[in-house]
Ligand binder design. Structure first.
Ligand SMILES: [Ca+2]
Ligand SMILES: [Ca+2]
Length: 231
């Protein structure tokens, strides 16, 4: 009984978006469709809300500010003490990151990251005394997809802060090429899908239904792939 409870807790703990270091983020999005909004293409000023950017929309009180305002070397999306929310990401977005430039040393910003697997809410570490010219990196990942990232300045928070290089990356959409030979074919992939949906597993699932040049050839690999299609 204890083991069962422990397992349930472990599953629940894993089922939320997670924060990634910049190194982790960069490694995970390598080779995946990625969009970066640098804000360099917008005129300085307040575009109004909601504000459409390259990889979603921003809701709040947006202001395109010159680099000197942002603590960056080029333009950023400056925000006021009101909440700011990034949402409406491209389909399949699993990764989201930004560089933050703070208005003052020690400033704390709260983040609420909402994914299909749950909600992660926490305080970002206080801004350092010496702000890197490119800002401080924050990145998030949800394998089931991200919905929104909201920022909130707690208390009477005094100063604006800014975002730059807002980045989204998406998982590559799965295909019907179940055996992984490069094409979706009725007598292999189609048969595997039908058999799987009828409940066949193991050898009964894959017998005579895997193409000669398939990259997924075992029942285990085929079952895992088909299961991922159903999520
Ligand atoms: Ca910029
Ligand atoms: Ca195939």
């Amino acid at each position: 009984m204890i083991a069962v409870c422990g397992l349930a807790l472990a599953s629940a703990a894993a089922a939320t978006p997670v924060e990634l270091t910049e190194a982790q983020f960069t490694a995970q999005i390598a080779g995946k469709p990625t969009i970066v909004e640098t804000f360099e293409g917008f005129p300085t000023g307040g575009p109004g809300s909601p504000f459409t950017i390259a990889n979603g929309i921003y809701t709040g009180v947006p202001f395109i500010a010159p680099g000197a305002w942002c603590g960056f070397d080029d333009k950023c999306l400056s925000t006021t003490i009101q909440d700011g929310t990034f949402s409406s990401f491209p389909a399949g977005t699993t990764h989201w990151s930004t560089l933050i430039g703070y208005g003052t040393t020690g400033q704390v910003v709260q983040a609420t990251v909402t994914g299909n697997s749950g909600v992660l809410q926490f305080d970002l570490p206080p801004s350092p005394a010496v702000l890197p010219q490119r800002g401080v990196f924050f990145g998030f990942f949800d394998p089931t997809g991200l919905q929104s990232v909201k920022f909130h300045l707690p208390g009477f928070g005094g100063f604006n802060y800014g975002f730059d290089d807002v980045t989204t990356a998406a998982i590559v959409a799965p295909t019907l090429d179940v055996d992984g030979n490069g094409t979706a074919d009725p007598l292999t992939d189609g048969l595997l899908i039908i058999r799987y949906l009828f409940g066949l597993r193991g050898d009964a699932l894959i017998a005579g239904a895997v193409a000669p040049l398939a990259t997924r050839t075992t029942a285990e690999a085929i079952e895992s792939y088909l299961q991922s299609l159903l999520q």
